[in-house]
Every structure is written in structure tokens, then in C-alpha cells.
Design a protein around this ligand. Structure first.
Ligand code: DDH
Length: 286
């Protein structure tokens, strides 16, 4: 047990659990990033519902959304950290874990502020279906991300998270990693999206995705229809090209957009404290 507010101690324990030799590509990092994204990405600006506050994914109403299949792995990885530092809310732990994991995987530092509560406010529960469907195209992507308040530029930057991790047939129905080194954050996703010749493939479960096969690679690479929809779109496309050429620009824009994602629906006063709560306060910038 650490002192309440000692986020450095929590971050240190998150770092220790990232190395998971038996799991996927040897790291818990990618699935932790996805946990934070799915916890926050249910937000609707117009109705002020959803978002990371409340950690609603612990319960069936939100956790049972088929888009969240597989994220129990991330929550299980984090459970010993929660047991040791019981003062931290799950909502803070899940978002902090992504920030720590991204940095450890070579990504940018993301500004993170504490104070989320685990109180599930039923009036803020997101309905199912708020997260994106990889089989769709640009209109769907805009529908989902405009609802949260993101711009086209931010949408492309956030999509760069697919530099990490892989798809699992038993979770989403899709299969494979996007990039050859899926535990290292970079702009490779954008580079290969534009440079490689992607071929449509129907998997044995009937699901369609795009693949790139190269005998020098251990396995074929994959792209979702939504990933490739970014290249062709007249407003998304130029950002794909810019991020493919300029890693620093991508890192800067990704850090800002991911930081914004984690704050959706969180109302703070001028000091950064969440209004009307006595939650543990602080931040993590190291
Ligand atoms: Fe994603 N994502 N994502 N994604 N995502 C999947 C995996 C990961 C979509 C679909 C899928 C973001 C945007 C989109 C990560 C982060 C982010 C999988 C595979 C699908 C399908 C799941 C599985 O089978 O295990 C779609 C569609 C979109 C969209 O924008 C239209 C964003 C914005 C992020 C983010 O973090 C900001 C990460 C990381 C993974 C890898 C997870 C893992 O277990 O590995």
C-alpha cells in the first residue's frame, strides 16, 4: 500500500507488469492502451454520457458490449496493482496504465490528471454500440468520433494507436498485427498503409480484412477497412501522409489527442481538480 496520491508508485508497478512473455507479443501494453480507449471512447458530448469516469466496463451493461471482448485481459493484468494501491480508482488506474504503457513502448508522454471516480452514475451509462466497427468506412468513423468532439486531424492521429497490438479472431473476428513490431510505438502504421499493396482477404469466419504478405515477415500484416478508409478520404488522407513522413508531428498530435480522449466528460475546476468530489488528486507527467 502506498500513500494516497503517490502516482509514481502506481506507475512503477504498472511498468513492472508490462513484460508478459506468455501473452501475445510479450507485452501487456497494447491491450492496456485499448482498455483506456474503450473506457473513454463511449463519450457523447451532446448528452454528456459515457467516458472514462465510473469505470463502467467492470459491469455487464458496458463490459458486455461485444466491442469490449478481450479487455478482461487488461483488467486482470491490472488487478494486483489495484490490490496494492487500493486508494486509486479503477477509472484512474485504467487511464494511467495506458499513459505509462505508451511511454514505455517508446511513445510520447501524455499529460494525465487524476480524480476520476468509480461511482457509476446510471444516468451517464453509454448505450451499447458507441465504439467503432472496423468493417465500416469514413462516414462511420466521423459519426463515432465527431460525437466525442474530435476533428479529422485528431481522428487520424488517434488511429495511429494501431501501431500497437493485434487483432484476435476470438475477440473481434479480425486477425493479425498491423505492423511488424507491434510493441514499439512509431509511425510505421501510416508508412505501410500508404506504401504497401493491401489485398482483401476473407477469413475462415467470413470476416473481410486487408492483408500484406511478405516472405521476410513472420506473419502477414493486417488492416481493417476503417484503417484503409483513412488513406482514401480527402480530409483524412493528407494527415496520413504527413504522419507517415513526420514521426515527431505524429507523436505531438497523438499525445494531445489521447490526452483529450482521457479527459472526455471529466469536469475540472481551474486547479485541475474534479468538481464536487473528494477523490485523490494529482497528476503524472514523468
Ligand atoms: Fe483499435 N481495434 N480501433 N483503436 N485498438 C483493435 C485493437 C486495438 C478499431 C478496431 C479495433 C482505435 C480505433 C479503432 C487499439 C487502440 C485504438 C481491434 C482488434 C479492432 C477490431 C481487437 C481484438 O481482436 O483484440 C476501429 C474500428 C477503430 C476506429 O477508429 C475506427 C483508437 C482510436 C485507439 C486508441 O488507443 C486511441 C489498440 C492499442 C489495439 C490492440 C489491442 C491488443 O489487444 O493488442
Amino acid at each position: 500500500m502506498s500513500k494516497p496520491g503517490d502516482f509514481e508508485a502506481v506507475a512503477a508497478d504498472i511498468k513492472k507488469l508490462l513484460h508478459q512473455p506468455e501473452y501475445d507479443d510479450g507485452s501487456a501494453g497494447p491491450v492496456l492502451v485499448r482498455l483506456a480507449w474503450h473506457s473513454a471512447g463511449t463519450y457523447c458530448a451532446e448528452t454528456d454520457t459515457g467516458g472514462s469516469n465510473g469505470a463502467g466496463m467492470r459491469y455487464e451493461a458496458e463490459g458486455g458490449d461485444e466491442a469490449n471482448a478481450g479487455l478482461q485481459h487488461a483488467r486482470v493484468f491490472l488487478e494486483p496493482v489495484k490490490e496494492k494501491h487500493s486508494w486509486i480508482s479503477y477509472a484512474d488506474l485504467w487511464t494511467l496504465a495506458a499513459v505509462v504503457a505508451l511511454k514505455e513502448m517508446g511513445g510520447p508522454q501524455i499529460k494525465w490528471l487524476a480524480g476520476r471516480t468509480d461511482y457509476v452514475d446510471d444516468s451517464k451509462l453509454p448505450p451499447r454500440g458507441r465504439l467503432p466497427d472496423g468493417a465500416q468506412g469514413a462516414d462511420h468513423i466521423r459519426f463515432i468520433f465527431y460525437r466525442m468532439g474530435f476533428t479529422d486531424q485528431e481522428i487520424v492521429a488517434l488511429s495511429g494507436a494501431h501501431n500497437l497490438g493485434r487483432m484476435h479472431m476470438d475477440r473481434s473476428g479480425f486477425h493479425g498485427p498491423w505492423v511488424p513490431n507491434p510493441t514499439r510505438f512509431s509511425n510505421t502504421y501510416f508508412k505501410i498503409m500508404t506504401d504497401y499493396d493491401w489485398k482483401e482477404k476473407t477469413l475462415e469466419n467470413g470476416v473481410k480484412q486487408f492483408v500484406y504478405v511478405d516472405e521476410d515477415l513472420d506473419e502477414e500484416l493486417a488492416m481493417l477497412p476503417t484503417d484503409l478508409a483513412l488513406v482514401k478520404d480527402e480530409s483524412f488522407g493528407p494527415w496520413v501522409q504527413k504522419y507517415a513522413k513526420d514521426k515527431d508531428l505524429f507523436f505531438d498530435h497523438f499525445a494531445k489527442a489521447f490526452g483529450k480522449l482521457l479527459e472526455l466528460g471529466i469536469q475540472r475546476d481551474a486547479n485541475g481538480n474534479i468538481k464536487n468530489t473528494d477523490n485523490v488528486k494529482g497528476g503524472y507527467h514523468a
